[in-house]
Write a protein that binds this ligand. Structure first.
Ligand code: ZN
Length: 73
């Protein structure tokens, strides 16, 4: 169960939303927060988070070239 009160923050009588909402389904539908994106569980709307640093998402992956094992028998 998600505690809805945690999703809102009230400040000076104004309601502030901490979470993103789905533009397709309406403000009552929150997007599920993932580390790199937010998705709507209802329609599948996805917003990718962009961090200020360009190329931060790029992680250089070095592939190990698999060695072929030669059987000795
Ligand atoms: Zn939606």
């Amino acid at each position: 169960m998600t505690n809805i009160s945690k999703m809102y923050d009230s400040e000076d009588g104004k309601l502030i939303r901490n979470h993103r909402t789905c533009p397709k389904c309406g403000p009552s539908y929150f997007l599920a927060d993932h580390y790199d994106r937010s998705t709507c569980g209802r329609c599948g709307y996805t917003v990718f988070k962009r961090k200020g640093k360009k190329g931060a998402a790029k992680v250089a992956r070095r592939r190990r070239t698999p060695r072929k094992r030669t059987k000795s028998n």
